[in-house]
Design a protein around this ligand. Structure first.
Ligand SMILES: [Zn+2]
Ligand SMILES: [Zn+2]
Length: 194
């Protein structure tokens, strides 16, 4: 039973490491972002709610990004851990979540949100969070496939390359915000002791 579970989770990890899965997720989430933001803009009662909901949605996603990477990808939950371990072993691969999963989660959160908050606000916030997820995917892909020359971009990419060498630090990929707030930012130990 144990070996069957292991084999099937291996097969799933391989399926969700394909290039097709990677880009299907990107296009599905892109379409969902456009749909949610469009519906949200039409439903809000006053225009100032739009930037507020968008900023909150991006902030919400940045925490989700940190939360999943620290407490789901680097733990023993097979669906998450195996795919992410494959990424650590082969950073240029296409390891990703099942392409439909983020969209299902976003739609589920929007459905729950409208029970307690105005629909326009919820759609904009979840739309921005979904956009944040796309930015995360593109950032992560770019960090591993592009060699930056601009100093700020080099420093930004270095934060994630450090995570690959020190997996208990630098969980944020798009920004170091939550690593700073929650104390997981990599700090270089000074080897020259005085
Ligand atoms: Zn990586
Ligand atoms: Zn990691």
């Amino acid at each position: 039973m144990r070996s069957y579970l292991r084999a099937s989770s291996d097969a799933m990890a391989r399926l969700f490491s394909s290039r097709a899965n990677y880009w299907a997720e990107f296009f599905l989430d892109g379409a969902l972002t456009v749909l949610l933001v469009y519906a949200g803009c039409r439903l809000v009662e006053s225009p100032w709610i739009i930037p507020l909901a968008l900023v909150l949605g991006l902030l919400l996603f940045s925490f989700v990004e940190y939360f999943f990477h620290r407490w789901m990808f680097h733990t023993r939950i097979p669906l998450f851990e195996r795919g992410h371990r494959m990424h650590h072993e082969n950073p240029k691969g296409y390891d990703s979540l099942p392409f439909f999963l983020p969209a299902v989660v976003a739609i589920g959160l929007a459905a729950l949100g409208v029970l307690v908050m105005p629909a326009g606000f919820v759609f904009l916030m979840i739309g921005a969070a979904t956009f944040g997820y796309i930015l995360y995917g593109l950032s992560h892909f770019t960090i591993h496939h592009v060699r930056f020359r601009q100093p700020l971009l080099m420093r930004w990419a270095a934060l994630h390359h450090i995570h690959h060498h020190h997996p208990k630090t630098n969980f944020g990929v798009t920004s170091p915000l939550w690593d700073i707030l929650l104390g997981t930012r990599y700090v270089r130990r000074n080897s020259a002791k005085t």
